[in-house]
Design a protein around this ligand. Structure first.
Ligand code: ADP
Ligand code: ILO
Length: 342
């Protein structure tokens, strides 16, 4: 592979940090699972509008290709090579009330964590057989849930298009054909090995074999961040009794995209801010200050609809799970106060 040519206006972290020198240093390297720099950068090379543009193939990718991953991790999370990642997923340390008790602004709250299994490569290079094995191990582990979290596993293969589309529209299921994931190798053998587990109320869900091997999700209507967090903490604790997650002391939970390392947590609200969103500079100033990201209402790379935005924590590494939830809480409180004052 030759050094890729990025257009002048390319804004991805890939094109910022993949210098000719870094490329020369990495171009002949391989991880024990055979992951190469060509595979790591393919998504950002094919999708020049990427924000980040790189994916990992296994835990070792983050060491073997550190000259590219390290500066990206530093810029995205503000996390230095010498920093330590410390986890705290203890609900007792999250003390907060609902920031919008009358549900005037917050429509729904969702918190997810990404996880991958310790004994397999990441989805970018996993084989079909390994992916099927992940699906089996995880869906078996989920069978032992009882009470509020008990539910059923629905494989994507064989699901009717109507049900699939409705689940996507209602924000419960991952979309199909994402071009960023496609170029990263994450859509190979689709829909084999993929599926969704959920309880009856769809307040607890697990996506299997999308961008990460597991996305564990807690969500509900309204703005009770703590209730959503507590449910997720309980579920994650339970799942990790049956399956071993991929983890490193330095980077926390290992995920295929470097933006998800550490806690792999994205805590978000769908929030209606019709007045503030008329002044996007002010809106961005508040979200930047509170380490928050703005997404559209159908997830990343989607547009907002009707003044409703998806607001979530941006940092996930070098901060704890409790910190991620506080980033969302503090930012949302400020956004609501400003919306009220306008
Ligand atoms: P991720 O799984 O990485 O968090 P996405 O941005 O693709 O990624 O979102 C996945 C789905 O979750 C989308 O359908 C999105 O609309 C939905 N979603 C995210 N946050 C919320 C929320 N607070 N309430 C309801 N749905 C949400
Ligand atoms: N590869 C995409 C997405 C990056 C961050 N988001 C996720 C879902 N990992 C990009 O570089 O824009």
């Amino acid at each position: 592979m030759n050094f890729p040519n990025f257009p002048k206006d390319c804004k991805s972290l890939l094109c910022k940090y993949l210098t000719k020198e870094v490329f020369e240093e990495l171009k002949n390297k391989k991880t024990p699972n055979g992951f190469t720099i060509e595979k790591a950068i393919n998504s950002g090379v094919k999708n020049i509008d990427s924000g980040i543009g790189v994916y990992a193939g296994d835990k070792e990718s983050y060491d073997v290709f550190a000259p590219l991953f390290d500066p990206i991790i530093k810029e995205y999370h503000g996390f230095e090579k010498s920093d330590k990642h410390i986890s705290n997923f203890n609900p007792k340390d999250l003390k907060m009330t609902n920031p919008d008790p009358s549900s005037q602004y917050i429509l729904s709250t969702r918190i997810r964590v990404g996880r991958n299994l310790a004994d397999f490569p990441l989805g970018t290079i996993i084989s079909k057989e390994q992916r099927d094995e992940v699906e089996k191990r995880v869906s078996d582990a989920l069978k032992s849930f009882d009470g509020e979290l008990s539910g059923s596993y629905y494989p994507l293969k064989g699901m009717s298009k109507d049900i699939q589309e409705q689940l996507i529209k209602d924000h419960f299921l991952f979309k199909e054909g994402d071009r960023f994931l496609e170029a990263a190798g994450l859509n190979r053998d689709w829909p084999e090995g993929r599926g969704i587990y959920h309880n009856d109320d769809k307040t607890f869900l697990v996506w299997i074999n999308e961008e990460d091997e597991l996305r564990i999700i807690s969500m509900q209507q309204g703005g009770d961040i703590k209730e959503v967090f507590d449910r997720l903490a309980k579920a994650v604790d339970f799942i990790q009794n049956s399956v071993k997650f991929m983890k490193s002391e330095h980077l926390g939970y290992i995920t295929s995209c470097p933006t998800n390392l550490g806690t792999a947590m994205r805590a978000s609200v769908h929030i209606k801010l019709p007045k503030l969103s008329r002044d996007m500079d002010l809106f961005k100033k508040i979200t930047d200050k509170n380490h928050l990201q703005i997404r559209g209402v159908h997830g990343e790379h989607s547009e907002s609809e009707g003044g409703i935005f998806d607001i979530s924590n941006k940092r996930r590494l070098g901060v704890s799970e409790v910190d991620c939830a506080y980033d969302l809480y503090n930012g949302v409180k400020e956004l609501i106060e400003v919306e009220k004052s306008l």
